[in-house]
Design a protein around this ligand. Structure first.
Ligand code: GLN
Length: 539
């Protein structure tokens, strides 16, 4: 048996309690104590991955270096731990069933009836242990998506039951995250939903070792005693998780509640090296005490759901702290923008970010926003579709190529300045077929981007089918839009800059995926810095 220890995080009472943040915070504390930790998310839905989901359904789709399209919680794991995740860190029911069915077709279960137990549960257990079996991690934390009691979570809970027993005492434990609601009329915190949720878990044969209780008010010792008594959990293993001002406070809150100590005791691991969280707290201090406020417009078409742009807003927080500014985001729906109302709607912004996206809805508004940023010297960052819109805007309004477009929006455009990548032309199926994951990009010496990165060869993560059309390279360059980042193998343009503009950069890749608390992304750092400068000039 591998020596990796396993921690399972389940959720009860309601969804959206922040299992991902609790898992990431605990992992952070264990990491600070010197353990190597990875976090994995098991998602009970049937999609193979969230890549085909509308962001309104599930928020942002996070992309890893190895090109996995994953749940946005993986973004939190990376931002907290400052270590990359991979395909192995996110598993869905669809992927589990697909693997089992493929094996069945190959004849691997010849003669046997293929069943949820043991075949599906075996596959789940294999996936849970993939990270541990690499030998790289002392501890693997596995977050089970959904809420205990959901029909689709059942095989996962069963797999946890089996694995916990197989791994034996002190090698695995279960943390159950629940809600302790406050009834204002009664002036009381209520434990009953948690009792029921634990009962439900126990009906599946899983007894939680630790309860983490989300609450708006502090838990009294009485409440803790009651929970311990009814839920079969030691009193010191009842951990309060009070609402926090920012998710980045949670590691400190968990440290105060001794969650890491309780975990290490139960896993019989040594409890040396108290987490100092020095750099983390330095970040928090700056984040909470900004010297300036700037306002950046985020132009997108999923702005009603802020989670659709999670990594971007978190990257602003990281970059804001370093620059000691608070980045206020003005959420602007691209469909609401017209050439006529842009000056009003974008008035007073210190920077404009045009967001990634797919399809034609709202793109004319994005193009209008780019034009406003270009003509008014407002710092501009275009990400993926945002970069493509910058190219289209420049082609239309500077090169005078009327109706220039991306073939994604208009297949018959006379000027396809953005076109489907060659290798995409034969592809018909939608799942996992984009240009995904980390690709190299060489930056032009003396470009603004190379100065920002302070190097000439970078690697960034991608998720797109369409691309800058090199047939227009000469024309665009001669008019002042320079291609400053190129994939060294394929010649694909990855970065564009404007010559005569204080800060105008478009990137085909997604820098936001690589920004972490301890390693804020250089492009975001410099963009925020440029926006700050803009705000100071205006005063
Ligand atoms: N829809 C564009 C493409 O596929 C941009 C994708 C994105 O913004 N992630 O190329």
């Amino acid at each position: 048996m591998s020596k990796t220890k396993y921690i399972f995080v389940t959720g009860g009472v309601t969804s959206s309690l922040g299992k991902g943040i609790i898992a990431a915070s605990l992992a952070k504390l264990l990491q600070e104590r010197g353990y190597t930790v990875s976090i994995q998310k098991l998602d009970p839905y049937i999609n193979i991955d969230p890549g085909t989901l509308n962001p309104y359904e599930h928020g942002e789709c996070f992309v890893t270096d190895d090109g996995a399209e994953t749940d946005l919680d993986l973004g939190h794991y990376e931002r907290f731990l400052n270590t990359p995740t991979s395909q192995a860190n996110n598993v869905t029911t669809g992927r589990i069933y697909q693997a089992v069915i493929n094996k069945e077709r190959k004849g691997e279960f010849l003669g046997k009836t293929v069943q949820v137990i043991p075949h599906i549960t075996d596959e789940i257990k294999n996936r849970i242990q993939i990270l541990g079996n690499t030998g790289k991690y002392d501890i693997v934390i596995t977050e089970i998506g959904g809420t205990v009691g959901d029909i689709e979570s059942l095989p996962y809970i069963e797999a946890v039951r089996q694995l916990k027993w197989e791994l034996g005492n002190h090698n695995a434990l279960v943390i159950h995250l629940t809600l302790i609601p406050y009834l204002a009329a009664a002036g009381e915190l209520k434990t009953k939903p948690t009792q029921h949720s634990v009962k439900m878990l126990m009906q599946s044969g899983v007894a939680p070792d630790i309860l983490v209780c989300r609450t708006e008010h502090h838990l009294s010792n009485n409440i803790k005693r009651k929970l311990a008594l009814f839920c079969n959990v030691q009193e010191k293993s009842i951990i309060e998780s009070i609402d926090a001002e920012t998710i980045y406070d949670v590691p400190n809150l968990m440290l105060k509640e001794k969650l890491d100590i309780v975990v290490l005791e139960k896993l019989k691991l040594s409890i040396d090296n108290k987490p100092a969280l020095l750099k983390w707290n330095d970040f928090l201090k700056k984040h909470k005490n900004p010297k300036h406020i700037i306002e950046i417009g985020l132009i997108g078409k999923y702005v009603e759901l802020h989670d659709a742009y999670k990594s971007i807003t978190e990257a602003f927080i990281h970059a804001g702290a370093v620059n000691e500014v608070k980045v206020k985001v003005r959420w602007i729906h691209s469909e609401s923008l017209t050439e006529a109302n842009v000056p009003k709607k974008l008035q007073g912004l210190h920077g404009i970010l045009v967001a990634p996206g797919f399809g034609g809805r709202g793109i004319e508004g994005k193009i209008d926003a780019v034009r406003f940023a270009r003509e008014n010297n407002i710092p501009f960052l275009g990400i993926c579709l945002g970069m493509q819109m910058a190219v289209i805007e420049f082609a239309r309004n500077v090169l005078n190529l009327k109706d220039a477009n991306s073939t994604e929006m208009n297949e018959n455009t006379p000027h396809p300045v953005i076109d489907l990548m060659e290798e995409q032309k034969e592809i018909t199926s939608k799942g996992g077929t984009m240009r995904l994951g980390a690709w190299d990009c060489s930056l032009k010496k003396d470009s603004k981007t190379a100065a920002i990165y302070q190097k000439e060869l970078i690697s960034e993560r991608h998720r797109h089918r369409y691309e800058y059309n090199n047939d227009y390279l000469e024309q665009l360059t001669n008019a002042g839009m320079i291609a400053t980042g190129i994939n060294p193998k394929t010649g694909l343009v990855e970065v564009i800059e404007l010559k005569n503009h204080p800060w105008f950069i478009g990137v085909q890749y997604h820098p936001e995926y690589k920004s972490t608390v301890l390693n804020p992304h250089p492009l975001f750092l410099d963009f925020v810095k440029a926006c700050l400068q803009k705000s100071l000039i205006k005063r």
